[in-house]
Ligand binder design. Structure first.
Ligand code: DGY
Length: 324
């Protein structure tokens, strides 16, 4: 079988495929549209990245394509309906990056809340004039209210990590989360209330047509002037221009962002905003997570080739009518 991998990934994603013909786009830039079209024409499997837009047009060229193993938990870069229609199995990389991403959401929460970005810029610019009682004051987190938007795997782990800080926890999700309710006495609330009542808000929802710009000017307006917003999910959940305007006007205290609507471009209004910490989409960037993600991709490809439904399939309904 022929497998095309759109970027160099850890060996765990490649070595198990040794029996097959594997081709890797070995550069550190995303594969071009034309190259992807060319490679997909003959591939039986594709290991793709979240930076590859696999739309209906591209899928149309993949006449032999049986499986797309997306090297990410999010799969908004793939037209799932079209893949399903064409009998192509799609998989993602859940669970293995839950800790890394939840830990990074806390990293951003603390960095934004304690004004680490501003402090770093001052220190590096040689502008540190010595310890001072009112210099770069932030807020403490103990006993404050945490709002978790999306209580799936990562949102749940993120919320559970608040245990040591004795926080009051609100969450917004379509479904009730028994773990959060039992372990943290968390309350499920609507998004408007969550934004209004929380000191810290962290977003953990996938990007869909329903969550695009979920946090817009109108929603930001509901937040406390002392609130901190964190996003490690997908950039397009937040209206970045509205957020930058709110941060500049002091409508909210700070934000920490790992993801952006038009990556790798960052909305210019954010770049000159002091009270936002910007990270270049590194939420899952630990050695452990990235190796395990790679292993899940190769395992999924081999499962499909072997006629076994992978546990991390995202379009289960395709299975009975999948391409063999
Ligand atoms: C994912 O897996 O969707 C993440 O955004 C990668 O860090």
């Amino acid at each position: 079988m022929k497998i095309y991998v759109t970027r160099r990934i850890p060996a765990q994603g490649i070595t198990p495929l040794a029996e097959h013909e594997v081709e890797i786009h070995a550069e550190d830039t995303p594969v071009s549209h034309n190259e992807l079209v060319e490679k997909i024409r003959t591939a039986d499997a594709l290991i793709s990245l979240l930076t590859d837009e696999i739309d209906a047009d591209i899928l149309g060229y993949g006449k032999n394509l049986k499986v797309i193993a997306n090297y990410a938990v999010g799969y908004d870069n793939i037209d799932i309906e079209e893949a399903t229609e064409r009998g192509i199995v799609v998989t993602n990389t859940p669970d293995v990056l839950t800790d890394a991403t939840a830990e990074f959401a806390w990293t951003l929460l603390f960095a934004a809340t304690r004004r680490l970005g501003e402090g770093e810029r001052i220190a590096r610019a040689g502008k540190f004039k010595g310890w001072a009682p009112t210099f770069l004051l932030g807020q403490g987190v103990r006993g404050k209210t945490l709002g978790v938007i999306g209580a799936g795997r990562i949102g749940t782990r993120f919320a559970l990590m608040s245990k040591g800080f004795e926080m009051k926890v609100f969450y917004y999700d379509e479904e009730r989360n028994d773990t959060l309710e039992q372990e943290l006495d968390a309350k499920r609330v609507d998004i408007s209330y969550l934004l209004h009542a929380s000191d810290f808000v962290s977003i953990h929802l996938p990007l869909t047509r329903y969550t695009h710009h979920l946090i817009d000017a109108h929603q930001i307006f509901r937040m406390k002037s002392t609130a901190v917003l964190v996003n490690t999910s997908r950039g397009a959940l937040v209206d970045e221009k509205a957020l930058a305007a709110a941060l500049k006007a002091g409508k909210i205290a700070a934000a920490g962002l790992d993801v952006f609507e038009n990556e790798p471009q960052i909305t210019p209004e954010l770049l000159d905003t002091e009270n936002v910490v910007l990270a270049p989409h590194i939420g899952s960037a630990t050695h452990e997570a990235r190796s395990a993600m790679a292993a899940l991709c190769s395992k999924a490809v081999l499962s499909v080739f072997g006629g076994q439904m992978p546990s991390n399939i995202v379009n289960k309904e395709v299975w009975p009518k999948r391409r063999e």
